[in-house]
Design a protein around this ligand. Sequence first.
Ligand SMILES: Cc1cc2nc3c(=O)[nH]c(=O)nc-3n(C[C@H](O)[C@H](O)[C@H](O)COP(=O)(O)OP(=O)(O)OC[C@H]3O[C@@H](n4cnc5c(N)ncnc54)[C@H](O)[C@@H]3O)c2cc1C
Length: 438
Amino acid sequence: MSVSSIFKKDLLAIGCGPSNLSLIALWIGAGQSGSVILDRSSSFTWHSGMQLPGAELQVSFLKDLVTLADPTNPYSFLSYLKSTGSIYRTLVASRYSVSRKAFEKYYNWAINRLEAVEFNTEATAITMGTDGFHVETNSGRYVASNVSVGIGKKPYVPNFDDPDRTRYHSANFMERAPASYAGQDICVVGGGQSAAEIVEYLLNLPTPPATIHWICRRPMLLPLDDSPFVNEIYTPAFAEYFYSLPEAARARLNESLKMTSDGISMRTLESLYSRLYRNNIETESHTSVHLKCSCEVLNVAKRHEGRRSVTTRNTLTDFREEFDCDKVLYATGYRYETPAFLDGIATLLTFLPSGEICLNEDFSARLKTSKKARLFLQNAGVSQFGLADQNLSLSAWRSAKIVNSILGREYYTLDKESVATSFPLSQQGAPHSRKIAV
Ligand SMILES: Cc1cc2nc3c(=O)[nH]c(=O)nc-3n(C[C@H](O)[C@H](O)[C@H](O)COP(=O)(O)OP(=O)(O)OC[C@H]3O[C@@H](n4cnc5c(N)ncnc54)[C@H](O)[C@@H]3O)c2cc1C
């Protein structure tokens, strides 16, 4: 492609992750063409920094790219297993849960079959033209009347003095792992799934660290709430109910249901607890593990010879402590950020107090223009659609909604599936869902 090339598309997706792969699989499944997915990476990996041995998918494999919206679509996980001759073996090996690696392979299989992904192509700016959105990339300009942004979230680390704080975020854990941790004092910050997986990984190394300081702000290592009634928040009925609520109520609900997404899976907790027990009882030269809960890191600073000093505070007693270590690993999560490439159309967008772009029920941005062009945002609406917006649970449903909306008809039938809990749409309606003048 030459830098001056111009490409016209009906549907242009920015970011090749599960969100946009699902959208394009369902777009093609609806008999449509003229779509492309752009990704700045050179190839697809699914959270490669956390592809630890044995890491599992935290949801059912039925929450693949398409099945929950259209079980007959050929881009399902079961189609992938069938095409690789591994359907029975996978069922026997994993029953209902599969490995994170298996899903990465599945996504790559879908990418190869979809033939719609342009790698090494970064979206740098979007403007509104007379013929739709103009999307500037390092490989030329794309013009499209429908754009879907699915660029995921950014690794988050508090603003400590540690110059390596972004380098050693869990998102890069496997890539940045040294040849050996033998004899090292390691500090792991965070009390969620990634931190637990990292600690277990370190303990299982043939030459594990000498010490692990594990700092966790929560009162204990808390389990992921995966119980049946609570799991109904990962349904379309709940997402629609949530969307209809006033903003303050939505924020309260997300806070109170946090452990359905931020806790540690029971399997990881059980295997980690056994591993720590064996580490203490059975191993001759065991790793010394200091798990400190209700404890927050105040700062990490550089010391001599590359060491770090960590200052912590017990949130219950206000007791402050300082210790040295060789490396700090940050499992401090991810945050949504409005991408800079939207700056050129920022005046057309409406922002909510949560910082999110205000979305319509079909996941399109509420644009202050009478032009037909539409900008969809995926995995960017937790404060509007609930916690499910950031995981795989509703991605097929969300994609099907977007396809229906672009086509202007209900190609995919999205009648509400039945749920046990009653989720009555709010009578008063969410303030942000009221019409705005353009
Ligand atoms: C370690 C980990 C494990 C997870 N496991 C699960 C799980 O088991 N179950 C579950 O439901 N959820 C899980 N999640 C949450 C969520 O489902 C995943 O993060 C999922 O990958 C989100 O998909 P996405 O397509 O929205 O974004 P991403 O997968 O983050 O993909 C975004 C893509 O956009 C590209 N990009 C960014 N900017 C640009 C640009 N300017 N131009 C072009 N391309 C760009 C990036 O290169 C990237 O490929 C997990 C999250 C993490 C971090």
